[in-house]
Design a protein around this ligand. Structure first.
Ligand SMILES: [Mn+2]
Length: 426
């Protein structure tokens, strides 16, 4: 008998599908969350299935189970842990560890592609075109390569996975892979996916308005509560708010945090590690521990959500040489404008922030990270400019008066000096 303990996401279930195609009724498959695996493995050893071949895929075991597996293999048991997370690389020191993050040709691996490769090498599965195509879709989805390649089919396979139960998905896919010449979704699946896409769009729009921003351990973090669509959310929020280092998606009911980043210089698996989780540099997860609860929930509970940038403006536009206006919850105003071709400065409620920026985006990033400000709508921009003109005018005229009192060293040019009524003052 084969026993496969796998992750309960598309890649994990992909492993189950591959195993069922290879072993048929000879394999028992159990899907687990990251937190649930160790308990299952413990039970496996308690029940003393010493003649079973143990497979673990897309997940890591804790130290106790690591020892149990090693003892099991040393005493003649058969086991393989197949994974692609770099946090699992240390298992490669064991004969039973098969951890590959990246293939020699530079493609990223996923658990399904690794298990498929392993079974092919050991002549335990018959490779077919349909199988190759299915595995490749799972790999592209799990490694985010689908995004770079714009492979919407991979994304839709994952959406379908979340729309139907694991059992139904498994059954449909096994049947399809075994009976078709090439892998495609059917009409019914395509139809429900179209409906789902509309639903996700609305959900993302709502979540965008709920995100709060804070600093945690030196990282500027966007925090949002959500039970589903974590990948879409992480991606969408990350792209809309590139000033955030990463996005933390909190699921209080499930006591879990998903961490996502779009930045190459940020590794969210390091953050997840701190709280007993793991994963990839761009997508990771951890349990909602007591510590994490304080940092990501309690401490930020009083914060108001960030406002999105105004998007219908025709005057207050990013990069504009006439200046760009931002505002925050404290009603503080931040005016970003260029003083030369290569120097942008920021005025914070009329006072110059003592820092200058070579590019607009850097100035904007500063304002957004440090002051949670958003791009003001045109109405606010026009009002700001008008007020500014008036304040400046008043200042100038009061200088004139002062100058007149102080032996007339300076006189503001008056309307009478110029017949067209315009002054030369700049
Ligand atoms: Mn995976």
């Amino acid at each position: 008998m084969y026993r496969l303990y796998s992750h309960n996401d598309l890649d994990g279930v992909g492993c189950g599908i591959i195993a069922k195609i290879a072993f048929g009724p000879e394999v028992l498959v159990r899907y687990n969350s990251i937190g649930g695996l160790n308990y299952q493995i413990e039970r496996f050893f308690e029940r003393n299935h010493k003649d079973d071949y143990l497979f673990i895929s897309d997940l890591s075991v804790n130290e106790e189970n690591e020892k149990r597996i090693e003892d099991f293999v040393k005493s003649g048991g058969e086991a393989k842990l197949i994974d692609h997370h770099k946090t699992a690389l240390h298992f490669n020191k064991y004969e039973w560890g098969e951890v590959t993050v990246e293939y020699e040709d530079g493609r990223l691996a996923c658990a399904t592609s690794l298990l498929y490769g392993y079974l092919k090498e050991n002549n335990k599965i018959e490779p077919t075109r349909t199988l190759d195509e299915f595995v490749e879709l799972v790999r592209q989805y799990d490694t985010w390569e689908w995004e770079m390649n714009d492979n919407n089919e991979a994304k839709r396979l994952n959406d379908l996975f979340f729309m139907i139960s694991i059992e139904e998905f498994e059954e449909r896919m096994v049947e399809r892979i075994l009976s078709r010449e090439s892998f495609t979704l059917d009409d019914f699946e395509e139809k429900i996916l179209d409906m789902e896409e509309n639903k996700i769009e609305r959900y993302l729009r709502k979540k965008k308005r709920e995100m709060v921003q804070t600093f945690i351990d030196g990282h500027c973090v966007g925090i949002v509560h959500a039970e589903s669509y974590h990948s879409e959310l992480g991606n969408e929020l990350g792209k809309t708010c590139p000033h955030l280092d990463y996005i933390a998606i909190i699921n209080v009911g499930g006591k879990k945090i998903s961490l996502r980043t779009i930045h190459n210089n940020i590794d969210v698996s390091e953050v997840a590690n701190q709280f007993g989780g793991g994963g990839h540099a761009k997508a990771s997860g951890c349990p909602l521990t007591e510590d994490a609860y304080h940092l990501f929930l309690a401490d930020v509970f009083h914060l108001e959500p960030m406002r999105p940038d105004a998007f219908k403006n025709i005057y207050n536009l990013k990069e504009s040489n006439r200046g760009v206006l931002y505002e925050n919850r404290e009603e503080e105003k931040f005016f970003i404008f260029p003083i030369t071709d290569e120097e942008w400065i920021i005025e914070w409620d009329g006072l110059h922030i003592n820092e200058s920026f070579s590019y607009f985006v850097d100035a904007e990033r500063y304002v957004k990270r440090n002051h949670s400000a958003w791009l003001v709508r045109d109405e606010g921009y026009v009002e700001f400019l008008m007020e500014n003109v008036m304040t400046m005018k008043k200042k100038m005229y009061s200088w004139e008066e002062t100058a007149e009192m102080n032996d007339k060293t300076f006189a503001y040019p008056s309307k009478d000096d110029h017949e067209d009524g315009k002054t030369l003052y700049r």
